[in-house]
Design a protein around this ligand. Structure first.
Ligand code: FAD
Length: 173
């Protein structure tokens, strides 16, 4: 399969603007590592996205190649669902943008942001939203699971405070 993929990987790289990491690359072990150090899975290819367009490209590549796909946000899922064996790991951890709209007091956050990275930006404006207790957890994965933390008794779960999301669907649209 890897020989088959070689030409396809080169083709993929012409559309994908993020970083493609392969098993022979020097940073492969570092990039595939997640919070639970007991997880030792080895994806065939890691696509480190830098934009929603990259995510679309990565999903479409995975579908075309019939690859098992895993998605990595902050990498804190204990079962290790962020990383797969012999498939495509879509790594969102480079996407760390946080934008605060002071008029509406709303923040938008990219899917690689961790709780402390989000807090650091919004707290400059005296703002906060319910997040988890461990600051290195990913905002995206935490929100997908509900999200319970210090502010939840007063303001609810993280997901209760989610107003909208830009979603790349499983068909890559
Ligand atoms: C030490 C520790 C402390 C924790 N403390 C809390 C806490 O206080 N409160 C709380 O509510 N939870 C807590 N959790 C649980 C944590 O919120 C979940 O494990 C959460 O899923 C981690 O999200 P992540 O993005 O860091 O992890 P990841 O492993 O990257 O992602 C978690 C899951 O969501 C999927 N996913 C991530 N991002 C996306 C995306 N953009 N699109 C689609 N799928 C995506 C991944 O594929 C994976 O299945 C804690 C976990 C740990 C290990």
């Amino acid at each position: 399969m890897e020989a088959l993929l070689k030409a396809d990987i080169d083709e993929f790289k012409t559309h994908f603007l993020g970083e493609v990491v392969l098993p022979d690359d020097a940073n492969y072990d570092e990039v595939r590592q997640i919070w639970n150090a007991m997880i030792d899975r080895k994806p065939t290819l890691i696509a480190r996205c830098t934009s929603p367009e990259d995510v679309v490209q990565a999903i479409q590549f995975g579908r075309t190649q019939n690859l098992l796909i895993s998605i990595r946000g902050g990498g804190h899922n204990i079962a290790g669902n962020a990383v797969c064996d012999d498939g495509l790991m879509i790594d969102l951890s480079l996407m760390k943008g946080v934008h605060v709209d002071l008029t509406t007091r709303r923040a938008s956050v990219e899917p690689g942001c961790t709780l402390n990275e989000f807090d650091e930006v919004v707290q400059e404006h005296g703002l906060a939203t319910p997040l988890g207790i461990n600051s290195t957890t990913g905002v995206a994965g935490l929100t997908l699971g509900g999200g319970f933390g210090w502010l939840s008794r007063k303001y609810g779960m993280t997901v209760d405070n989610l107003l909208s999301a830009e979603v790349v669907t499983a068909d890559g649209s």
